[in-house]
Design a protein around this ligand. Sequence first.
Ligand SMILES: [Fe+2]
Length: 176
Amino acid sequence: MSAEQAEVVEEPVDERSKYAGVLRFYNLAKHQEWAVRDVAWGKLPPVPEGKGSPERQARRQDVWRSVIMQQLQADVLACEMAAQLLNAAPDPEARLYYSTMVQDESRHTEAWLKLIGQVGGEGERDPHLDALGHMFLEADTLEEKVFLMQVFFERLIIPRFRLIARSSRGTILEDL
Ligand SMILES: [Fe+2]
C-alpha cells in the first residue's frame, strides 16, 4: 500500500457526512416550497358545490366544513410539534430541516384558515386528534416524538389527504 493510500484510509470519517441524508431532506423541502398566494383562490369553488334543496346544500357544506376543520386542527398541532422538534434537535442539519417543517406547517395552517373562512369559519374540534397531539407534545424523548410524528402523518393525515382530494375534484380543497 502506498503512503498516499494509507493516508486516505486513516483519514477520519467526516463528522457531518452521516447527516447527508438529513440535508437531502432539507434541500427537498426547500425545493417543494409553495406559497399560499399560488392557490387558485377565487377561481375555483372552495369545496364541491352541492345539488338539490338549499337545506341539502347547507348540510353538505357543513360536512366539508368539518373536514376542513379537522385538517386545520391537525396542522395547528403540527406547528407545535415541528417547533418542539426544532427546539429539541441538537444537530445543525436536523435543525435546518425542522425549520422548514415549522414553515411548512404554518403555511398549511394559513391556507386552511383562509379556506375555512370561506365555508363558515371554525367549528368543533376533534377530541381524538387533540388527544394524539397532546400525547406527542408530552412525550419525553426526541425519538418518541419523531416516531409519533410519523404515525400522526403517515397513518392519519396523508391517507386522509388523498381521500379528501379524490372526493373534491376541481375545488380549492383538492388543490390544498
Ligand atoms: Fe401540514
